[in-house]
Each structure stands twice: as structure tokens, then as C-alpha cells.
Design a protein around this ligand. Structure first.
Ligand code: GTP
Length: 732
């Protein structure tokens, strides 16, 4: 239980042991100056906050701004929607950087890993801290690729709000749905930013419709675009009835004009804006009683004169309650619409105190993150995001508390409350939600360059696993090889690459294999006896048990005990029995894959006095293996949800290819000029698909894959697979 209580406990007080008053002012200034980070060559950074002022008052406000002025936000989206480009603009306009980074040139601040810069994608979340109009914004840029879903989840847990970035020519895409569901789970208030309004095919209305239909969210249109695709020039602020036009001659988007909409200049646009504003007021009044009362009392006849600030405050409340989502638009690449997005972040997303965390943190070293650079800070108030180092046993998903006794108190309280009501609010605020680790679907063997390097490889894998629990590492009991299990081809490729770059080890990967599972179709009862004499001690166990199929979709077997199993046996041997059962179910008789959907019933267990628990486990395990071998068996294969976005001209070859891959097409949607093919396909058939799809469509199509379920293979495919495997070395 204690394990669940590591990471992040904060009280709304300053951390007393590191309190600034306890330190000499000059010492703080000196240490901050010393800690000025190395600036990478090639980028031009502005002054990092905390390094300019030398009086203690401003240092205090830099490190610990008032909590109401803090926004901890994440940026989340489908791959390539433009999160990193938007983040780059945000950093530039806030003064954090002095030049614009470009994903396509590989010089962005938040994609600082070598692999990210080379591939132009985000793999690891990066945190940056900057100020905007008197607010402190701690921002996390998260990956969009489905292989790194867990990385998104581990960030969402500590955020107070998020910006969901969409490609306005595609609207809601497959991975948007996944991250949206994760944000729902963690109850994160959100703002939507429809990016790429400059792109051919961009459609504000279509994207808003997909938010309504696919995400089942209520969009609040706070802006309207002025022009679309090539003609996109700016936006209308619906709340204030102003138009914002960016100067076409400005190359960094800093120069834009904000003007009230006037009847004589823009009659049509003004009419459209008033209609949109009236709709917005009605929508917000429907969702917020306080605002409804205010509107009815004073402005029911004339929405037009309703003050913008009142509407903004009500939108803030509605966003916080997550009953609706504000929608803004722009083009990060063309430098339009990012400054109003920053305003909206400060105006509508909550401060940490509005999110009710009551935690206390006590840590030896604290660092403020600036992407890949860190500044050590002496103290931190609640609501901030900071890094800490040196926690050797902490893994992603843990909650840290200040002491053992408070962890125990929290565990007791959580248990009590959890028994009363699993969804109890108090428990939710006490603990940050853990991360849900998805099942790995691929595996391959990994070998160090020499046997002497095996300990170094083990160490590297141990460190990488603590950071990324979706990476599983196990030892193949038959061959003694190390086996990596991951979320996808890209995931394993990146891990391989990181071992080389970060740990200096040139490892060899075996061929990538699909993680199959096995199950049984009939019940079997078996008895087995183990009789071994070690030294002068006899170990004698006889086990009688039954395995039968169940519907649990889980690799954890259901364990039952027959009525005549005595309390005494359970007291002394239950742990050994269950260890034996779990061990046996990890290796099915067909492929050596984990066995799912089974119930094991223990009918009797007879032991000679002095028999060790290890021998009991071994006998139970052997007995189950025997039973599994005798039963009718079935291989289960991972079935993936697949979404392919392809232009009309390439639809036929893509469909023909999917038919050969045992694909099952459910639906073909029309999205502007594109077709979106939605269906299922067995994972084994889709390995290396990105290369095939690129060739088939001249690089114009994109696809997203996600595990749907494990399904039974048909007898013929199963036979082919088993024949192939019996010829090759067994890895699992
Ligand atoms: N036309 C257009 N292209 C854009 C815009 N914003 C980003 N892009 C391009 O879209 C591609 C993806 O942009 P990124 O910023 O890397 O997207 P991302 O969401 O961070 O991608 P991942 O981190 O890999 O999920 C790049 O080629 C960008 O240049 C935009 O506003 N308009």
C-alpha cells in the first residue's frame, strides 16, 4: 500500500526545511547565478526567469509567485497536430526564447532528445516554465504517438489544465480520443486550439462538429476565424467583439492589430459575431446558474451590453466544472492566434488552488525545469511543478509523501474511505491517480555486445523501466536471454537507441515478435506428486487440481479452493500455492505465451511434514502445466484498432492491401478530401506497415494503431503459426 503513496505531496504552505528565510540572501543569489545553465549552441534564449533581478523580493516572486497566478498546463493531441510548433511560439512570445524553433529544422526547445530532433516527433514530455502578463505558466509538451501513451498519462496526473491541439483540416483524430479520455479520467479542465487554420482543407466548422460528435463535449466558440486555409488572416474575439489581424509582413507574428468590430467597416462580420456571442451567452447561462441569474436580472433584453469580464468569469467556472470547452483557432506555423491562446490559458484554465490538492512535499534538491536545462531552487510553494533528483526507488506512478508515518496515515485513510466508497473525493484529493500501464504487444530479445556488458545492460534497462513502466523486461527461462516487451515497433526502436546514446551500449535486437496469449477450451483435472530428498530431508507433496476456461480477459488466473481444503493448509501454504499457479500460467503449452481466461480449483494438497514451500510451489506449477497440456488449447492474438487517413486516389490500393492482411473494415469516413478507413487488423499482419503504407500512397497517408482486444486465431492460421514456431527457437 505504501508504494502507492510516493510522488508529490504538497501542503499549501512553504516547505519549512528549505524555507528561504533560513538562508542568507546573498547565498541564494550567488547560487542562482552559479547555476546559470549552459545554453545550447544555435538557439537564442531570452533571460531565464530567476537570473536577472538581484533583490530578494523579486527572487521570491520569481520562484514562488502567488498561487492564483500559476497555471500548470499540458499540451496534448494526436501526432503531428502541432503541439511542439505551438509550444515553440508560446515560448517565443513569452520572451523565453529569442528565435523561433522549427520542428522541421530540428531545433525546438521541448523536443530536445536526439531522437526527437531527428524524427521530428515528441517522445518524452518536456516541462518549461515562463511568464505571461504576470502569470507563471508551467507547461508540459506531451507526445502524440500511440506508442508513448503512458508518457501522456504520467503528465496528466500533475496538471491543472490542458490545451488540446487539433489539426483543423482533420478535426478529432484517433489519438485525440485516447488523450481526451485520459484527461477525462484525471478530470482535467481543457481548452481546444484548432491549429493549422492556414492548411488546405482546414475547416473551423467541421472541426467543431467533430468535437461535439466524437468527444461528446460542448464547444464554446470564443473565436471565429477570419478566412480559412490560404485566406486565413486572423480571428474575431467573440467575447469582446474585436478583430485581431496579423500583419502579413511580420515574419514572427508579434505584430498584430486588435480593433473593435464596427458596423461601418465590417457589417457582415459584426452580425455573425453578435449571433455567435448570443449563442455563447445562452450556452454558458444554461451551464452556470450564477451567470444565468445575472443575465436574467440585468441583460435578458440586451445581451449585447453584457460586460465581457462577466462572461469571461462564467466561462472560467464552466471550464473548471468541465461542462463545456472553450474553442480557439489559429496557425502556429504561420504565427497567428498564439497570443490570444496564452491569454485564454491564464483566463480560463484553473490555478492549482482551484483544483484542491492538499499535499506536502519535502525533498533534498529541487530544480525548475526549462526543457533540458534545470535551475536549482531553494524552495517551492504548492501549485508549482518542479523536478527532484536522487529518489532511487521511486517509479512513475508513485506519490511521494513527507514521512513514513504520514504515508501510513494516508494509506489507512485511503483504505477506510475506499471501503466506504471507491470514488470518494477525499481519497482522490489525497492521492494523485496512479498511471494505467497498457499491455505490451511486441517483444524481442536484446543482447549486450559481450557477456561482460550484461550487468551494464541490466542497469540501463532498470533505469529506463523506472521512467517508463510500459516497457517490460523479462528473462526467457529456456534461453536465458533478456526479452524486451513494448507498446510498438517505434517504442522498442527508441529504447534501443536510448541504450546506445545514453548508456553507451551497442546492443543487438532479435526479430520483433508479436506477444500472443493462450487459453484453454476444456476443463481438465490432474493429480501430481513430487517426491525429492535433499540432504537428509524428504519433501513430499501431492496436489489434485482442476483448470477450466472462464471469461475474464485477464492473464491473472482466478483461484478457487474446494471446501475440504482446511484453514490450516491455507494458513501455511496459500502463498506457495498461488505462486505456483501464477508461475505456471506465465508459460502456456503452445507458444510459451501467458495463459489467460482460466480458473484453477485446488481440490487437495497433501504434504509430508517439513516439506518446503518452494517444493509446494514447484509441484502446483508442474501439475498445472500438465493440465494445460491435456486441455484443448487455443492461441489468442492481439487485434488492433486501425485508422488510416488517405487521399481519395489511394483509397483502393490501401483497401486491397488491408484485405490481404486479414483486415476487417468497419467504416470509411469522408474528411474533407481525405478518406478515413476505420477497422480492425491482427497485429501480426501489420508489422512494418508504415513503410508499406508510405510506398502505397507516395507518403501521403497516415495511420494510428491501438490494441483493441485479444481474439482467438482461426484453426488454419493457428496451425501455420505453430508450424513456423516449431521450426524456430522458442523465445517465450
Ligand atoms: N500548415 C501548418 N502546418 C503546421 C502548423 N503547425 C505545425 N505544422 C506542421 O505540422 C508538423 C507537425 O508539427 P509538430 O509541432 O511537430 O506536431 P506535434 O503535435 O508536436 O507532433 P508530435 O509531437 O510528434 O506528436 C510539422 O511539419 C509542422 O511544421 C500549422 O499551424 N500549419
Amino acid at each position: 500500500m505504501l508504494m502507492n503513496f510516493r510522488i508529490f505531496t504538497v501542503n499549501h504552505q512553504k516547505i519549512s526545511s528549505l524555507h528561504m528565510n533560513n538562508m542568507c540572501c546573498c547565498k541564494i543569489i550567488a547560487s542562482l547565478k552559479r547555476l546559470k545553465p549552459n545554453i545550447p549552441v544555435g538557439r537564442n534564449y531570452g533571460s531565464l526567469p530567476g537570473l536577472i533581478e538581484n533583490d530578494i523580493k523579486s527572487l521570491r516572486s520569481i520562484i514562488n509567485p502567488p498561487i492564483a497566478k500559476i497555471r500548470n498546463i499540458g499540451i496534448m493531441a494526436h501526432i503531428d497536430a502541432g503541439k511542439t510548433t505551438t509550444t515553440e511560439r508560446i515560448l517565443y512570445y513569452s520572451g523565453y526564447t529569442r528565435s523561433l524553433g522549427d520542428v522541421d529544422d530540428g531545433d525546438t526547445v521541448t523536443d530536445f532528445m536526439a531522437q526527437e530532433r531527428e524524427r521530428g516527433i515528441t517522445i518524452q514530455s518536456a516541462a518549461v516554465t515562463f511568464d505571461w502578463k504576470g502569470y507563471r505558466i508551467n507547461l508540459i509538451d506531451t507526445p502524440g504517438h500511440v506508442d508513448f501513451t503512458l508518457e501522456v498519462e504520467r503528465c496528466l496526473r500533475v496538471l491543472d489544465g490542458a490545451v488540446a491541439v487539433f489539426d483543423a483540416s482533420a478535426g478529432v483524430e484517433a489519438q485525440t480520443l485516447t488523450v481526451w479520455r485520459q484527461a477525462d479520467k484525471h478530470k482535467i479542465p481543457r481548452i481546444c486550439f484548432l491549429n493549422k487554420m492556414d492548411k488546405t482543407g482546414a475547416s473551423f466548422n467541421y472541426s467543431v462538429e467533430t468535437i461535439r460528435e466524437k468527444l461528446k463535449a460542448k464547444p464554446l466558440l470564443l473565436q471565429l476565424p477570419i478566412g480559412e486555409a490560404k485566406t486565413f488572416r486572423g480571428v474575431v474575439d467573440v467575447v469582446s467583439k474585436e478583430k485581431l489581424i496579423w500583419n502579413p509582413n511580420s515574419d514572427d507574428g508579434k505584430d498584430f492589430e486588435r480593433k473593435p468590430l464596427l458596423e461601418m467597416n465590417d457589417p457582415e462580420l459584426l452580425k455573425k459575431t453578435i449571433e455567435a456571442r448570443n449563442t455563447l451567452i445562452e450556452q454558458v447561462a444554461d451551464l452556470d446558474d450564477e451567470f444565468a441569474g445575472f443575465v436574467l436580472e440585468e441583460f435578458s433584453e440586451n445581451f449585447d451590453s453584457l460586460p465581457a469580464e462577466k462572461l469571461q468569469t462564467a466561462i472560467h467556472r464552466v471550464t473548471l466544472a468541465q461542462t463545456a470547452v472553450p474553442v480557439l483557432c489559429g496557425s502556429a506555423l504561420k504565427n497567428k492566434g498564439v497570443q490570444p491562446l496564452l491569454d485564454a490559458i491564464t483566463m480560463y484554465l484553473p490555478s492549482p488552488e482551484e483544483r484542491n490538492y492538499e499535499f506536502l512535499e519535502r525533498i533534498s534538491r529541487l530544480l525548475l525545469p526549462f526543457a533540458d536545462q534545470h535551475i536549482e531552487i531553494p524552495s517551492l510553494t504548492a501549485g508549482n511543478i518542479a523536478l527532484t533528483v536522487g529518489l532511487k526507488r521511486t517509479v512513475t506512478g508513485d506519490t511521494i509523501v513527507s514521512s513514513k508515518s504520514s504515508a501510513l496515515a494516508a494509506a489507512r485513510r485511503a483504505k477506510r474511505e475506499g471501503e466506504k466508497d471507491r470514488k470518494n473525493r477525499e481519497v482522490e484529493t489525497l492521492l494523485l491517480a496512479g498511471v494505467e500501464v497498457p499491455e505490451p504487444v511486441f517483444f524481442c530479445t536484446i543482447e549486450p555486445p559481450s557477456v561482460a556488458k550484461q550487468p551494464d545492460l541490466d542497469h540501463a534497462l532498470k533505469c529506463l523501466q523506472r521512467e517508463d513502466p510500459s516497457l517490460k523486461v523479462r528473462l526467457d527461462p529456456d534461453s536465458g536471454q533478456t526479452v524486451l516487451c513494448g507498446m510498438g515497433e517505434l517504442h522498442i526502436e527508441i529504447i534501443h537507441d536510448r541504450i546506445k546514446r545514453e548508456y553507451g551500449l551497442d546492443t543487438y535486437l532479435g526479430p520483433l515478435q508479436v506477444a500472443y496469449r493462450e487459453t484453454i477450451l476444456s476443463a481438465v483435472r490432474v493429480t501430481d506428486t513430487l517426491d525429492k530428498t535433499l540432504g537428509d530431508k524428504q519433501h513430499l507433496v501431492t496436489v489434485d487440481l482442476e483448470v477450466k476456461p472462464t471469461q475474464s480477459s485477464s492473464v491473472t488466473p482466478v483461484i478457487e479452493y474446494a471446501e475440504d481444503i482446511s484453514e490450516d493448509i491455507l494458513k501455511t501454504s496459500q502463498e506457495a500455492i498461488e505462486n505456483g499457479i501464477h508461475m505456471a500460467c506465465l508459460q502456456g503449452p503452445l507458444l510459451g505465451s501467458p495463459v489467460q481466461d482460466v480458473t484453477v480449483t485446488l481440490h487437495s494438497l497433501i504434504t509430508h511434514p517439513g516439506t518446503s514451500t518452494t517444493m509446494i510451489s514447484a509441484c502446483v506449477s508442474r501439475c498445472i502445466q500438465k493440465a494445460l497440456k491435456k486441455a484443448d488449447k487455443q492461441v489468442l492474438e492481439p487485434l488492433m484498432n486501425l485508422e488510416v487517413t488517405v487521399t481519395r486516389e489511394y483509397l483502393s490500393p490501401v483497401l486491397a492491401d488491408l484485405a490481404q492482411r486479414r483486415g476487417n473494415i468497419q467504416e470509411i469516413q469522408t474528411r474533407q478530401d481525405n478518406r478515413v478507413v476505420i477497422g480492425f487488423v491482427p497485429l501480426a499482419e501489420i508489422m512494418g506497415y508504415s513503410t508499406v503504407l508510405r510506398t502505397l500512397t507516395s507518403g501521403s497517408a497516415t495511420f494510428a494503431l491501438e490494441l483493441s482486444t485479444y481474439q482467438a486465431m482461426n484453426p488454419q492460421d493457428q496451425r501455420t503459426l505453430l508450424n513456423q514456431r516449431s521450426g524456430s527457437t522458442k523465445v517465450f
